[in-house]
Design a protein around this ligand. Sequence first.
Ligand SMILES: NC(=O)C1=CN([C@@H]2O[C@H](COP(=O)(O)OP(=O)(O)OC[C@H]3O[C@@H](n4cnc5c(N)ncnc54)[C@H](OP(=O)(O)O)[C@@H]3O)[C@@H](O)[C@H]2O)[C@@H](O)CC1
Ligand SMILES: [K+]
Length: 488
Amino acid sequence: MIELHTAAEVRAAEAPLLAALPDGALMQRAAAGLATVCLRLLGRPYGARVTVLAGAGNNGGDALFAGARLAARGARTTAILLARDRAHPAALAAFRRAGGRTVEAAAAGPVLDRSDLVLDGIVGLGGSGGLREPAAALVDRAAAGPALMVAVDLPSGVDADTGAMAGAAFPAMHTVTFGAVKPGLVVGAGRGSAGQVHLVDIGLGPHLPAPSARQLTDADAAARLPLPDADDDKYSQGVVGVVAGSATYPGAGVLCTGAALRTRPGLVRYAGTAADGVRAAWPEAIVTDGRPGDAGRVQAWVIGPGLGTGDEARSVLAEVLATDLPVLVDADGLTLLAAEPELVRRRSAPTVLTPHDREFARFGTEPGDDRIGATRRLAADLGAVVLLKGDATVVADPDGTAFVNGTGTPWLATAGTGDVLSGIAGALLAADLPAVEAAAVAAHVHGRAGQVAAAHGPFIAGDVVRHLPEAVARVRGTPSAGLPDSGA
Ligand SMILES: NC(=O)C1=CN([C@@H]2O[C@H](COP(=O)(O)OP(=O)(O)OC[C@H]3O[C@@H](n4cnc5c(N)ncnc54)[C@H](OP(=O)(O)O)[C@@H]3O)[C@@H](O)[C@H]2O)[C@@H](O)CC1
Ligand SMILES: [K+]
């Protein structure tokens, strides 16, 4: 499990260590970890051109101390001091002692053009807003050059807690972060600026509170994915009921039912007007063109994709929400629910809502820049698990538990993939996972399936369904081949 901690939590955890340790010891831990990652990235430090963009605070101090360590290993290090009179004094002295030189910001362009590695020590946890000048122009120049772009603690210009970018930010290929992964490195715009995240342990562990949010790893998802055992039959694995699609547009019903079958092939029942299309696509499903009540017993419902928003759809939604079973509501079901939120508020069984941004806004507020905060607020308001789809999907429980998804590919932004996600999550709800975990694991597996499908070229939603068994196998760690990191 990757635990995410806010800037305030990290600062609070640092305080007792700063008091207990000798002056500067914590910064040396950070700088040593940073230099180690840079050495690994450079391969051969001797003669490598390393440029440090150093702001006035401790973030600049980390970068200068790491620069000194790289200089000691033979790198040709240059620092661009962004606030000349206010660079971290001890770090600057160490940097100079190790042979590092400094240049004025105005004369730094040619240095950046020839750098092998640029360290962003402009600003860390003490920052606010986008990059200011001259830092913004220097970062642009560095990004246009050949250098490996490495952010110190977090990319300057990114909000540590939300990932919001109020203006320009450092476009890192790697971020070396200290003490804990900050939410802003994995969610919102910050996720795109952070590149690969490396965590350096500086000993904060015992002082950190319970994490404000978490990210599942493959192992975490695998531990929650149910496996059939010898005593299971098709009913005991958990039966999911799907109400999706229409006679005119059966696609949502076909995708959702297929995803549920491929996630947990116990038993899937379908009820609705896309019955003929679903029957033709999935002979394994038990299909009725009647109402949900005609479908037979299920352990969880998925309702909404392609359902329409007319009176009949509203009445079917009300029937499903009136049961005491877990229910996942998506797409058209969300549009109907936004007009009558009391249908979900009055439920005692778990409900999972899976909006994209526009559907989320129908409940009253846009997700905005703080996607974790907004998802938590809506979950608490409705008393339901909310899964906010996005580049990094966020899942929140009414009790505040939150997950940020780390798998996926931009190729998943294609028609019908949301119906697939609903089917996966519905199958996990029927298997009796806690609702917030069913949603988080579904997002993880869905993202992996997208990555598997993308490895074969451009794909459509049906390909994600087709690749679900392979994705599940990869999450369980059964295949030997590696996968691209999320975002690939
Ligand atoms: N405590 C410790 O021992 C440890 C701390 N650690 C490290 O310290 C970091 C936090 O350090 P910090 O608190 O000194 O603040 P920091 O992030 O350097 O920023 C302050 C400077 O940024 C400037 N600035 C602000 N916004 C800006 C913008 N948009 N664009 C440009 N500049 C901007 C601001 O300028 P000013 O507003 O003062 O003009 C000020 O000069 C933390 O992230 C970690 O790296 C680790 O070593 C572990 C041990
Ligand atoms: K930084």
